[in-house]
Design a protein around this ligand. Sequence first.
Ligand code: 13P
Ligand code: SF4
Length: 308
Amino acid sequence: MELKEKISKIKKEKNAVILAHYYQRPEIQEVADYVGDSLGLSQKAAEIDADIIVFAGVHFMAETAKILNPTKKVVLPDLTAGCSLADSCPPDAFGSFVASHPDHVVITYINCSAEIKAMSNLVCTSSNALKIVESIPKDVPIIFAPDKNLGKYIIQQTGRDMLLWDGSCIVHEAFCIDKLLDLYQDHPGSVIIAHPESEEHILKTAKYIGSTAGMINYVKEHPKEKFIVATEAGILHEMKKEVPNTILIPAPAEEDNTCACSECSYMKVNTLQKLYDCLLNETPEINVAEDIRKKALTPIVRMLELSK
Ligand code: 13P
Ligand code: SF4
């Protein structure tokens, strides 16, 4: 029996649901019950009524699913599926930072650990960050963490003066502006679209800036354009399915990057075989200490309420 069939069979037997992010390998996206961006995956995780949630994504995503739906068993195909952005915000250092600014509201991007979420007033994703920040009265100071690039983009869009944590995503910082501009010249009439985790000089070239789901929708709405796509290359799988006749070119990364485009090595540690193994063995399991879970739940629920 093929691996895909074995996954489908065992999934039914164990009453499991597979959630996958758009950056996962194509073959993983194909076996998933739901593929989405961070907001969509959180909304889905909160309402799942199966016994097991297999999270084909990175650790903070599986952890968020467990926070939202604690009675379900949440498994992640590979426990080393981390995130440079989440790692750039250690709880001790962030705790001291927050304590030294007691008058500030703390908004954290979902790409952080449960401990960081537990210190937050609100969580946001790239698809609702502007809305979440604008929900705070203008005279209330804000700490925004951990992504400084998304933070700078929000400041520029809203005019809010936020205190930023110095974190970033290695994948979105790998884009090479010179190569991008050369590529743009080589493809007259092309349109650059970018994820807001990218640096300011990349975002300045983009006609559309948004979350992975936002970028896919934008391409769907403009199928006759030719796109240069500045985010993790895994998104091209879903985009190609949605607009098979549209030219989609991944934005180029620096020379020393492992691939010509930007690939997230954390997202790519998950394989179809590991997905099957984790369904079979129901491990590695993701758990969150109950005191942290309860504290982290409040800002996530506030985000979901504001995103309705
Ligand atoms: P979104 O899919 O929410 O845009 O997030 C992108 C990302 O970097 C996830 O790690
Ligand atoms: Fe983290 Fe960046 Fe990978 Fe997303 S793409 S999981 S932000 S390292």
